[in-house]
Design a binder for this molecule. Sequence first.
Ligand code: SF4
Length: 355
Amino acid sequence: MVTEPNHGYSRLSSFNSYKNQAEHKKLESLAFILNSHKNQAERKKLESLAFILNRQGYRLVGNHSAVKTCGWTRNRLLHKRPCYKSKFYGIESHRCIQMTPSVSWCQHRCVFCWRPVEHTIGPDITVELDEPGFIVEESIKSQRKLLSGYWGEKDRVSRQEMEEAYNPKHAAISLAGEPTTYPYIDELIKEFHKRDMTTFLVTNGQNPERLDGVKPTQLYLSLIAYDKDLYKKINNPMLKDGWERLNESIEIFSDSRSRKVVRITLVRGYNLENPGKFKDTILNADPDFIEPKGYVHVGYSRKRLERSDMPSFDEVMEFSRILCNETGYEIISHSKDSKVALLSKNPPSLENYLF
Ligand code: SF4
């Protein structure tokens, strides 16, 4: 059941300075989010978060979702440089929607996260839930609005590319927050598939009960820690049983019928130094692919980590070589720009996996 927002502008008197339509549109969804929050503290948090998101180019969708143009979508349109997932999995970066159905709800506050995790509302979505179909439709509309400025780049972006970008073929469900916090995540994925779109779902493994039902084209599990102490230090969990939930998810993940990828974000002084210690976790998760990827010193992570905590590409490759020796996986590709390697269980040629 999707309800029309009741535009509580009155609560937003300080916003009256915004005259143009676009700002009003954004504030409309902001107003609705605020109105549905009786809890003062939470409303305060959301107010500041929504401004941060606004400034960062997020477009809020309904009560709890958001879309944001990925830097690589921009790079692909303007400079013909796609993201590493284009090389690894055949993604068309200019036809990709980067979105989330849970913009400010997550169970982790990872030290390396570029998002403003300090403003995370909580581990459960506390506003009225939107329908999956509504979220998908509005996300596509928002993507088109976000990309509308590129029509003006006639010298660099062809009409055909813009028409393709306006008809997205892929949804990266990973923008912010934890997507599986949205209870209808499986229906949301089906709605994208109904529109002949592929889906990548990235999860932190904190909602194992929801992981069981989902079937995205590709399922990413973020595995950053090999034991409970490191988990507490690097993922900074909000839930007491976070480590147990993650391990339950690893089991469910290993049986998933989607293509399974484990993403290991590498941070110096945390997990970069011990590739061998990931052996058991990896073998239990049994992924088709592993992506060891170097932490990048950007966004809000700069408040928590130093530039020197970023591994170099060579260190990522060395970590990957040792992990392969331990697990029997093989390095089949890499991207120096994105400081990431692609490890495969039994190295098929990538053609078998490209869309
Ligand atoms: S797949 Fe990810 S990196 Fe590539 S364009 Fe989409 S959101 Fe960006």
